[in-house]
Design a protein around this ligand. Structure first.
Ligand SMILES: *[C@@H]1O[C@H](CO)[C@@H](O)[C@H](O)[C@H]1NC(C)=O
Ligand SMILES: *[C@@H]1O[C@H](CO)[C@@H](O)[C@H](O)[C@H]1NC(C)=O
Ligand SMILES: *[C@@H]1O[C@H](CO)[C@@H](O)[C@H](O)[C@H]1NC(C)=O
Ligand SMILES: *[C@@H]1O[C@H](CO)[C@@H](O)[C@H](O)[C@H]1NC(C)=O
Ligand SMILES: *[C@@H]1O[C@H](CO)[C@@H](O)[C@H](O)[C@H]1NC(C)=O
Ligand SMILES: *[C@@H]1O[C@H](CO)[C@@H](O)[C@H](O)[C@H]1NC(C)=O
Ligand SMILES: *[C@@H]1O[C@H](CO)[C@@H](O)[C@H](O)[C@H]1NC(C)=O
Ligand SMILES: *[C@@H]1O[C@H](CO)[C@@H](O)[C@H](O)[C@H]1NC(C)=O
Ligand SMILES: *[C@@H]1O[C@H](CO)[C@@H](O)[C@H](O)[C@H]1NC(C)=O
Ligand SMILES: *[C@@H]1O[C@H](CO)[C@@H](O)[C@H](O)[C@H]1NC(C)=O
Length: 876
């Protein structure tokens, strides 16, 4: 759960990052260099123009324009000294206006861009980026095309919508033009030919402008011979396989065409002959087929990002062999081929990488591919590597000892492969290593402190799910940077590892299934004072729980399936997840005095006695309460029937009595943050869940629902016709219920059916198109009043969740984030695979009207498109 919350954070960070990069070109706002007493003060009509511009600004929370004053001392009226204004020290004309926003979600200025700027007819540099200056029309003002002297124009991140005005083509001196939009779906253009009137342009950024109808974009760009940087990420460009008779772009160094769906073979793209390219970003461009040979001649390349490059419409074309020859790319620093569906021998791949002297390759990302074979013994030749990621492949053999030569290595991720043999002691030489992930391989042997002998900056170790034995002495002092430790499924016991206690830096600790047969450590809050996640389940810990079960930091504690006895003490103050199931705990339930933040409490299969106290009603945020298989008496307090979760969304609480299949339904909901992620699982009652009742008609109101899986329940009644209104629905599964009646008509449902023809099976009462049986017979009549629920349906409480919540959340956002961040993925997958039998996800919408939404729904939808494939890519 933390992982999803964290992905949301990461998403936020990514968005910040996006804005931050947008601002990268901008310099800090400085008061104008007015120190020079002799410099002429500003020209009166230009001063008036600036004041008129200020009048167009309706909100300036940061006080950016507070120095722009009509009155005051003589020098205060000198507009050349105003913040963001720079004048020529020769003529006194305003030359520069640098009012770029700070790159946060709170733009500095709001309002509109006043046409008074036209009076600044010597203006060369105009930067209004990141401000909310779209004005009431929302259009990019055409009059900007009359600022004839402009060389630099940055309007990025202003939430304009509508077409790009061709008048900008009048800015014939322009060298720098950034019109990248804050989110996709805002601006568009059908014709870019106006750009050809700006032959001096060197930097062009149209990221997120809808250019789907501009088929001849490469021809237009080819007429801009000075171009050095071209950014066309997320522009809905339809293809890149246009043929050009002659390439003009001999200075182009940077080309970003990422996040466009080209759907054609890679080799047919037009840009492979541009040997001046240093940065080439083709990630997420849906091109298939082999890499072009021409790539081997692009010797200037420093960064090549081909990650997530596959055509998600067509699986068959996608697999690529790893035969491209990059030996001559001596400047290559970053090679990202993550999830490009590569297959072949990993040693061959290394043979084709640049092996120049000096070797500059720093980052090698080949995660989530289908590489086989063994890592070559001479891998240590790539001595400059800082990041080495081959996770989620099928690499066998052992980890070569020559990894010890990667003296600058910081990230080593070989998780989810088939590596075997011992972990070489040489990794102990990697003094800069911060991140070591070898989880889920077939490694064996013993890990000792010698493996970390020189590691001074280690922050993250994950060696879980191997056949490793951990023998680290109690008095070993790990590096003080160590935060994340996972040795799940390693053999660490029988004694509880002493070195893990009293280590204040550790915040995440997973030593589940580690064969620890010892007394549970006492004084958790001192021994693990900064840990927020601790999993010691599936061991043989005995004794009673420490009276002091955790510090203020502890949020999640898993101690299930041990041999703990005695009573449950007071819970730690901030804990939100506690799993003590499958132990021998006795006595009454813990009192709910301190820990009001509890969201999940699993105590099933213990020997607890007594009633559920009324004080449990204080757990306002509780969403999972599992008390089954104990000796509890009486009825649960009424308050537990419905609690109000975060944001006032109503959640039905899950609880059930001693015996499976008794009178309570068995389902649970976990509410994540401000949005909705719904996990639904059955635990003890076989593989059928127990949702009863009808599907509410109101489901049609959840306009942004992406995925709905209600299979294997006991739902009755008809399928609401409103389902066909859910235009974003890309997955629907209703099999094995007791649904009856005619299947609603609708193109949407037909399309879904074509994709998942089994979505209705196991409902004998369903009839009509697209099924074979027609609707005449008796048995298809809807049952009346099933289980006393009305047609409007209180049957499935979760449909009330999420309407109108803050912004996009959901598992696909977790996937979406994979676009940016690798590490969370593993955590997410492990979480869902290991803890839940089944995971169903509902994605709710975010406010339609929200002007400053982080990303648009189009962008989100595009992410979803890729995300389904990512999950496949990782599990093949
Ligand atoms: C204007 O002033 C700046 C800083 O005082 C100086 O570096 C620059 O050379 C001057 N430009 C002209 C054209 O005098
Ligand atoms: C461009 O955007 C405007 C406003 O969103 C819209 O009305 C117009 O139809 C769009 N044009 C094209 C060609 O998509
Ligand atoms: C600017 O461009 C537009 C459209 O390309 C054109 O009609 C106009 O005459 C040009 N000149 C000025 C001064 O706007
Ligand atoms: C992009 O433009 C095309 C063509 O005008 C249009 O069909 C499509 O809906 C636009 N996309 C968005 C998200 O506005
Ligand atoms: C190359 O650029 C020049 C200048 O813009 C243009 O006149 C010429 O047509 C371009 N050549 C091609 C093949 O597009
Ligand atoms: C690209 O290079 C290839 C091989 O050198 C050549 O056949 C082709 O004409 C070139 N294309 C362009 C547009 O220059
Ligand atoms: C290790 O990291 C430090 C600090 O970032 C850096 O100065 C040093 O050069 C790195 N060592 C190697 C061998 O790259
Ligand atoms: C806990 O387990 C250890 C090791 O198996 C055993 O020596 C000890 O007696 C046990 N203590 C209790 C209280 O059962
Ligand atoms: C689908 O949505 C439209 C527009 O909101 C509405 O008029 C219609 O009744 C809905 N259809 C169903 C079957 O709910
Ligand atoms: C594509 O690659 C570039 C360079 O590595 C990166 O900055 C960008 O974030 C990537 N785009 C996505 C959507 O991941």
């Amino acid at each position: 759960m933390h992982c999803l919350a964290a992905t949301m954070l990461v998403l936020l960070c990514c968005c910040c990052l996006f804005l931050a990069t947008q601002q990268q070109q901008q310099q800090q706002l400085q008061p104008a260099a007015g120190g020079n007493r002799e410099s002429p003060s500003c020209i009166p009509h230009e001063r008036d123009a600036l004041l008129a511009f200020k009048d167009g600004v309706t909100s300036d929370l940061g006080g950016v324009l507070s120095s722009w004053r009509r009155d005051g001392r003589h020098d205060e009226q000198d507009c050349c000294r105003w913040r963001g204004v720079r004048c020529s020290n020769r003529t006194g004309h305003v030359h520069e206006l640098r009012l770029g926003g700070g790159g946060t979600f709170q733009p500095d200025l709001a309002g509109q861009i006043s046409p008074s700027l036209l009076a600044l007819d010597h203006l060369e540099h105009l930067d209004l980026s990141g401000n909310d200056l779209a004005g009431p029309t929302g259009r990019l003002p055409e009059f900007l095309g009359s600022l004839k002297n402009l060389k630099y124009l940055d309007l990025s991140g202003i939430p304009f919508y509508g077409g790009l005005p061709p008048q900008l083509g009048n800015l014939s001196r322009l060298q720098y033009l950034d019109l990248s939009n804050l989110y996709y779906g805002g601006m568009n253009s059908t014709d870019l030919s106006w750009l050809t009137h700006i032959p001096s342009i060197q930097y062009l950024n149209l990221n997120r402008v809808n250019l789907s109808t501009v088929a001849d974009w490469p021809r237009v760009m080819n007429m801009l011979p000075s171009l050095r940087a071209l950014h066309l990420s997320f522009c809905s460009l339809a293809s890149a396989n246009q043929s050009l008779p002659h390439l003009n772009l001999t200075y182009l160094e940077e080309l970003d065409a990422s996040l466009n769906s080209f759907h054609h073979p890679m080799v047919t793209s037009w840009f492979w002959n541009i040997t001046s390219l240093r940065f080439l970003y083709l990630n997420y461009t849906s091109m298939y087929g082999q890499f072009p040979d021409a790539l081997g001649d692009m010797t200037s390349l420093q960064v090549l990002d081909l990650s997530y490059l596959f055509d998600y419409h067509d699986d068959d074309k996608n697999m690529r062999s790893m035969t491209m020859d990059l030996k001559n790319l001596c400047n290559l620093e970053v090679l990202n081929l993550e999830c490009t569906l590569l297959y072949g021998d990993v040693a061959e791949l290394f043979r084709n990488l640049p092996r120049c002297s000096p070797n500059k390759l720093q980052e090698l990302d080949l995660g989530s591919n289908h590489l086989t074979g063994m890592l070559p013994r001479w891998i240590g030749q790539f001595m400059s590597l800082v990041i080495l990621n081959f996770n989620w492949n099928k690499i066998t053999g052992s980890l070569p000892t020559s990894v010890g030569q990667f003296t600058g290595l910081q990230i080593l991720d070989l998780s989810f492969n088939n590596l075997n043999g011992h972990v070489p002691y040489e990794i102990g030489k990697l003094s800069n290593l911060t991140y070591l992930d070898l989880n889920t391989n077939k490694l064996d042997g013993t890990i000792t402190e010698e493996h970390f002998a020189s590691a001074r900056s280690l922050q993250y170790i994950d060696l879980s799910y191997n056949a490793l034995k951990i023998e680290i002495s109690s008095d070993w002092q790990p590096p003080s940077t160590l935060k994340y430790v996972s040795f799940a499924s390693c053999q660490m016991g029988p004694l509880f590892p002493g070195w893990l206690q009293w280590n204040v830096s550790i915040t995440y600790l997973d030593i589940s299934s580690a064969a620890i047969a010892d007394r549970i450590p006492q004084r958790f809050s001192d021994a693990f004072s900064n840990v927020w996640f601790m999993n010691i389940s599936n061991n043989q810990l005995n004794g009673t729980l420490p009276a002091d079960m955790g510090s203020m930091s502890l949020l999640e504690l898993y101690l299930s399936s041990n041999k703990l006895t005695g009573q449950i003490p007071t819970l730690p103050p901030n804990i939100h997840t506690l799993d003590l199931s499958n132990n021998f705990l006795s006595g009454p339930l813990p009192s709910a005095t301190r820990s009001a933040k509890l969201r999940q409490l699993s105590l099933f299969s213990n020997r607890l006695t007594g009633h559920i106290p009324e004080s449990f009603c204080k757990y306002q945020q509780l969403v999972v309460l599992d008390l089954s298989n104990n000796f509890l008496e009486g009825e649960p307090p009424l308050c537990l029937g419905f609690v109000y979760g975060l944001e006032g969304a109503r959640i039905e609480l899950w609880y059930h009595s001693k015996n499976c299949g008794d009178k309570y339904d068995e389902h649970s909901f976990i509410l994540e943050g401000a949005g909705i992620v719904l996990w639904f699982h059955s635990k003890n009652c076989g593989d059928r869940n127990h949702l009863t009742g009808v599907i509410p008609k109101k489901i049609g109101e959840m306009r942004s629902l992406q995925s709905l899986d209600l299979s294997r329940n006991m739902l009755s009644g008809e399928i609401p016709a409103s389902l066909s209104n859910l235009t974003f629905l890309s997955y629907l599964e209703l099999s094995y219920n007791d649904l009856t009646g005619r299947i609603p008509s609708g193109v949407q449902l037909d399309t879904l059916y074509a994709g998942y023809p089994s979505m209705y099976i196991g409902n004998i009462g369903l009839c009509g198109h697209p099924l074979q049986n027609n609707c005449s017979s008796e048995r298809h009549a809807p049952k009346q009043g099933g289980l006393g629920r009305t047609e409007e349906g209180y049957g499935i409480p979760f449909f009330y969740l999420g309407l109108g919540c803050g912004f996009v959340v959901g598992i696909w956002i977790a996937f979406g984030v994979l676009l940016f961040k690798r590490n969370w993925r593993i955590a997410c997958f492990r979480f869902s695979d290991k803890l839940y039998d089944k995971v169903y996800v509902l994605v709710a919408t975010w406010a339609e009207q929200d002007k400053h939404k982080l990303i648009s729904k189009y962008e989100a939808k595009a992410m979803v498109g890729v995300s389904t494939k990512i999950s496949q890519c990782m599990h093949v």
